[in-house]
Design a binder for this molecule. Sequence first.
Ligand SMILES: [Zn+2]
Length: 255
Amino acid sequence: MAQTITLTGMVLSAVPIGEYDKRIVLLTKERGKVSAFARGARRPNSQLIAASNPFSFGTFEAYEGRSSYTIVKAEISNYFRELAADVEGAYYGFYFMEIADYYARENLDAVHMLKLLYQSLRALESASLDNRLVRRIFELKAMVLNGEYPNVFICLKCGKEKELPYFHVRSGGTLCENCARQVVQTRKLDKSTLYTLQYIITAKIEKLYTFKVSAEVLKDLAQIMDEYMRFYIDREFHSLRVLEENVGFARRFHS
Ligand SMILES: [Zn+2]
């Protein structure tokens, strides 16, 4: 018999296979994103039932096959049950899983993304945090971990480091007053929004979900992230469409 290996990570997605099985995508510390087969996971008495649902975080014992892994045992430390029971929160959670899936690759280090996912799902579970803000923080930090994100620390045309009142998607970040006059489609950026962007980019993952913003800042942040992601990410997220169709506030930000 082949040896099993232990993978620590989170189930990003799961699809039924045949009558009783599931194929899951796991984001792991050891191997990055991997595809795994959970045999019998849909049988009523299977110990893999809950372990093979999205959001389940823990350790997975698996055989390594040629193109996929086969899960034989799982020890789940957090199922995020509260999140799964909250329809709105779950929509956000599925969207986060899809973004993580988009950026992850097999054998690409996923330690920070796992940490971000874990903290972000906890933030969705917390009643004191606005899910709309949690979403924008997650989106931006996921881009930061992937290495392509807006530069909001200098004017991207002249290098000036202070007074950056404009955001320009095509330039990839902030502009000073002078330089902003020479380009079209700039967006006025108030100081609180600029500071919020800077904070999300530089803060440690553990410190991300520790602040609130005004309705205006949240609206600006939402519009900036929507424009920036539309321009730099060549993919439509199915779960985002589902989220926006089902969570009422979305319309206000897109009209
Ligand atoms: Zn400038």
